[in-house]
Unconditional design. Structure first.
Length: 72
């Protein structure tokens, strides 16, 4: 998108112009590659918490693993 005018951005995203600055801040602070990685880690942890591919791993250990992957 070449025009960064808040009204143009709001129109393209079909959101209220009031929220555009928050969206732009989020886009700067959270790169899509990192967000995609974190969503993948969350999905993987969710599956493990349900017992698929991870036999009897305590919930606390899953949480620690999740945090290390996200924050590390």
């Amino acid at each position: 998108m070449s025009d960064k005018n808040p009204r143009s951005v709001a129109s393209a995203l079909k959101v209220n112009p009031y929220f555009v600055n928050e969206y732009l801040d989020a886009a700067r602070n959270y790169p899509m590659k990192k967000v995609s990685y974190i969503i993948g880690v969350l999905r993987e942890t969710d599956v493990k918490s349900k017992g698929v591919g991870a036999n009897a791993i305590p919930q606390g250990d899953l949480l620690k693993e999740l945090l290390v992957k996200i924050l590390g």
